[in-house]
Design a binder for this molecule. Structure first.
Ligand code: NI
Length: 162
């Protein structure tokens, strides 16, 4: 188990576009494991590789049901709308209101480079969108409606750090 340093907003690595993964290697397997460890340690529901300083198109998500690895994810379909608080491990203890689709279908590769399709609603849909944005160098703060809140201003319910 290895916890990696999470890059904080302001770090240029969070504003860069990530490169596709061409093949699975021991190094990338280790990165994926470390990303899960790091996400769980911080009680996050998602983490993207640039958040640990690696400009590769890799995302891990666990909203409490199943862990998902998404390599080279492509969002194929979205529908509906949800409006709610969103946070990010790269901007600790802050939240803002972001409108996202309420349904997302994403095509990606797993840790064995097998292609698969993942569909999500509610929090999973939000997490997929949020993490895929990281791969384009986009922080959720550019999508926030109104201002950012300190989490201490909000009730604990309904906040997720991604
Ligand atoms: Ni994030």
């Amino acid at each position: 188990m290895a916890i990696r340093n999470i890059r904080i907003q302001g770090d240029a690595v969070l504003e860069k576009k990530c490169r596709p993964v061409k093949e699975m290697t021991p190094r990338i397997r280790e990165l994926v494991r470390d990303m899960f460890d790091t996400m769980y340690e911080q009680d996050g529901v998602g983490l993207a590789a640039p958040q640990v300083g690696v400009l590769k198109r890799i995302v891990v998500i666990d909203t409490g049901e199943d862990p998902h690895v998404l390599i080279n994810p492509v969002i194929e379909e979205t529908s509906g709308e949800q409006r709610g608080y969103e946070g990010c491990l790269s901007l600790p203890n802050k939240s803002g209101i972001v409108t996202r689709p309420d349904f997302v279908r994403v095509r990606a590769f797993d840790e064995n480079m097998q292609e698969y399709v993942l569909e999500g609603t509610e929090l999973l849909a939000r997490a997929i969108c949020h993490e895929c944005d990281h791969l384009e160098g986009i922080m959720y703060t550019s999508l926030v409606e109104g201002r950012l809140y300190d989490n201490s201003e909000l009730s604990q319910e309904g906040e997720e750090e991604e």
